[in-house]
Write a protein that binds this ligand. Structure first.
Ligand code: NI
Length: 167
């Protein structure tokens, strides 16, 4: 089992915009396997390559109770968005922080799977939130960016303090 190091806010590397995957190779499939193991171990329901300091457009998600329904999205694109929902979001890169955000209720997404085959899927509720959250990571955006400056500043201080005491 390979557990990758997850970057934490305010690490500037989380701000890198990820590049599209030109061709899905074995190297990517190994990366995806390691990302899934890292996500399950954390534990979390989604992980973007950006969070493990790989700046390619790859996401893994699993919102199932049994943790046996992994979804892999390579070069994801949102084709349609609909509605609005409120959700308490957290992030493996912002440990211990949960805040209520608004996201689209439903999304239609196009992506490549780990074999490099193109597919489309519909998502709603938690899965739709998760896809939108993880896709933000690929743009260098974190959920705390949607909060007020004051709130974001407080979270930054709290995490910086935690990181210092962890050294
Ligand atoms: Ni996140």
């Amino acid at each position: 089992m390979t557990i990758l190091n997850i970057l934490h806010f305010p690490d500037e590397r989380l701000r890198t915009k990820a590049k599209p995957v030109a061709k899905v190779t074995d190297k990517h499939r190994i990366l995806i396997k390691n990302m899934l193991e890292t996500m399950y171990d954390a534990p979390g329901i989604g992980l973007a390559a950006t969070q493990i300091n790989v700046h390619e457009r790859i996401l893994v998600i699993d919102i199932s109770e049994e943790k046996n329904q992994p979804i892999v999205l390579i070069n994801p694109e949102i084709l349609e968005k609909e509605g609005d929902q409120e959700f308490d979001e957290g992030c493996l890169s912002v440990p211990g922080i949960y805040e209520t955000l608004h996201r689209a209720e439903k999304v239609r997404v196009k992506a490549l799977d780990k074999e490099g085959e193109s597919f489309e899927m519909n998502a709603e509720g938690l899965l739709a939130v998760c896809i939108q959250h993880e896709m933000d990571h690929l743009e260098g955006t974190l959920f705390v960016d949607y909060l007020s400056q004051l709130k974001k500043q407080r979270i930054r201080k709290k995490l910086e303090k935690q990181q210092r005491s962890a050294m």
